[in-house]
Design a protein around this ligand. Structure first.
Ligand code: ATP
Ligand code: MG
Length: 137
């Protein structure tokens, strides 16, 4: 069993579809073992997406991620990192497979509803940015 870090992005809270997204997550046999709704600060978003800071969309990304509340989550299950990436679908919803979260719910590549860690190593780093050990049960 493995853990991954997930964010339900501001387009999900704004449209009141966090429960619908969680239903897809749970149907995929991923357990939500940590969950908190927060307003990300600019500094938090910039640190979280540091790897993209030279990309042309970085400013837009940080502005979007701080535009409203997000739900940060720890998901647990077999091959959770890869499994969740599969369930999320491609970054660009237009290219996402049928039945994926992004295909079902997302309107654009910028506002694509969910984040999921891209490796087990990054999952650990990202979880530690938002959760204390005692808040994951
Ligand atoms: P995430 O890291 O959010 O799980 P991802 O791993 O599928 O998504 P990345 O390449 O890591 O995609 O990009 C991080 C985020 O930056 C994307 O989820 C998207 O919100 C935003 N992004 C990526 N490419 C673009 C783009 N061309 N224009 C606008 N925003 C983009
Ligand atoms: Mg990514």
């Amino acid at each position: 069993t493995e853990r991954t870090f997930s964010i339900l992005k501001p387009d999900a809270t704004k449209r009141n579809i966090t429960g619908a997204v969680n239903a897809v997550i749970e149907k995929a046999a991923l357990r939500i073992v940590g969950q908190r709704r927060i307003q990300m600060s600019r500094a938090q978003a910039e640190t979280f997406y540091e790897i993209h800071k030279e990309r042309p969309f970085f400013g837009e990304l940080v502005t979007f991620m701080t535009s409203g509340p997000v739900v940060v989550q720890v998901l647990e299950g077999e091959n959770a990192v890869a499994r969740y990436r599969e369930v999320m679908g491609a970054t660009n919803p237009a290219q996402a497979a049928e039945g994926t979260i992004r295909k079902t719910f997302s309107e654009s590549v910028g506002e694509n509803t969910v984040h999921g860690s891209d490796s087990a190593e990054n999952a650990k780093i990202e979880i530690a940015q938002f959760f204390e050990d005692g808040d994951i049960v």
